[in-house]
Design a protein around this ligand. Structure first.
Ligand SMILES: [Mn+2]
Length: 368
């Protein structure tokens, strides 16, 4: 039986009324975004931070992120739960195909927890060829880190809220879920469940729930009592790290703050939204390049036939058929005076974010 088939561990902490609870999900080793969103939320010693899983992998600083979260948990300022990218303690219990593929995963990503651990041991992570021997070298120096990871619960229930990395199923108690059910479900929000308590999840970037408009702000569904938090930090170039701010765990009112590193500017002219747009995203990004230019290329999205201009640097290969970076041709509805954050500056205009939504602005900008 693999670890994901085992029963989940549920934590039910006592959180005092009036203690503010902050919730962050899918940090993915991105410390600047993590620090940025905590600063924006005014995280203080009186708050409780809930780290909703996937604080490791994909980003540049997994080991450092892990140690910061460990320190916050040990001081009582944070509670963390496990995401599917935080399951590294399993290397000491799981065997077979999963373990066999870890070295090639490391060489492909060139980052991640085990990559960082090898570097700290003075080893070249790309040159490792014996995973069993590497594992034995990790056990002692990183005993505390692995003990912390293996102690992580898979759901937290407190006051009016349930937190899990990816999913909760309403037909059974939390304890009757397997670990895999809580941490691995894709596009869970589409399954249509409703809850009495608020269920807060990450795991699936919220932008992927959009059809033709890209919005990285949390999805807050007041009918179904669901919050989807994952703003695509690390995974999407224009992504953000969202932080839910719950003033009282026994009350239903909450807000959120977000962090991305893009500089803010003021819009100088009104602009109407485009009548139609497409959001080309990972997993469905096959395009045919109709005309390749130095800055923009005219492309046809293969599945839908939709034609749009894509930044040439977003095309992965110099071939006629290629996949591409996430992108959109959406023209944002803006009013003079709006503040936008600039992701790309091009000869045609700016690719910006406004209220979590990504799109184009073709007028002038003014520095703030
Ligand atoms: Mn995940």
């Amino acid at each position: 039986m693999g670890m994901y088939d085992r029963p989940a561990t549920v934590l039910r902490p006592e959180i005092g009324s009036g203690r503010r609870v902050l919730v962050v999900s899918d940090i993915h080793g991105n410390l600047p975004y993590f620090h940025g969103v905590l600063e924006r939320a005014g995280f203080s010693g009186d708050d409780l931070l809930i780290v909703n899983g996937d604080f490791l992998e994909k980003g540049a600083e997994s080991l450092k992120t892990l140690r910061e979260i460990m320190a916050l948990c040990e001081s009582g300022r944070a509670l963390a739960l496990m995401g599917n990218c935080d399951d590294w303690a399993a290397i000491f219990t799981e065997t077979g195909r999963w373990a066999d593929s870890i070295l090639s995963y490391m060489r492909w990503r060139r980052s991640g927890l085990l990559w960082d651990m090898a570097l700290e041991l003075g080893e070249d992570p790309a040159a490792l060829d014996d995973f069993e021997a590497f594992k034995r070298r990790l056990a002692r120096p990183f005993e505390a880190e692995f003990a912390f990871l293996s102690s992580l619960p898979h759901a937290i229930e407190a006051g009016n809220y349930i937190f899990a990395h990816a999913a909760v199923f309403p037909d059974r108690p939390l304890e009757a879920h397997t670990i895999g059910e809580l941490v691995k479900c894709e596009a869970w929000y589409r399954l249509g469940y409703s809850f009495d308590k608020w269920v807060v999840v990450g795991h699936y970037p919220v932008v992927l729930y959009g059809d033709d408009i890209v919005c990285a702000d949390p999805i807050v569904d007041k009918e179904r009592h669901i919050v989807c938090l994952d703003g695509g930090c690390v995974l999407k170039d224009d992504g953000q790290l969202n932080c839910l701010v719950i003033p009282d765990i026994r009350k239903d009112d909450f807000s959120f703050v977000s962090y991305d590193p893009f500089p803010a500017f003021r819009v100088l002219s009104d602009q109407a939204a485009s009548a139609r747009s497409a959001y080309i995203r990972w997993g469905d990004s096959r395009v045919e390049v109709l005309e390749r230019g130095p800055e923009f290329s005219r492309c046809r999205h293969v599945r839908t036939g939709y034609e749009l201009d894509i930044l040439t640097k977003y095309l992965f290969k110099p071939e006629r058929f290629t996949d591409c970076n996430d992108c959109t041709d959406y023209v944002l509805p803006l009013r003079a005076g709006d503040v936008v954050r600039v992701v790309e500056t091009t000869s045609r205009g700016y690719f910006v974010k406004h209220g979590g939504v990504s799109g184009w602005y073709f007028g002038e900008l003014e520095a703030l």
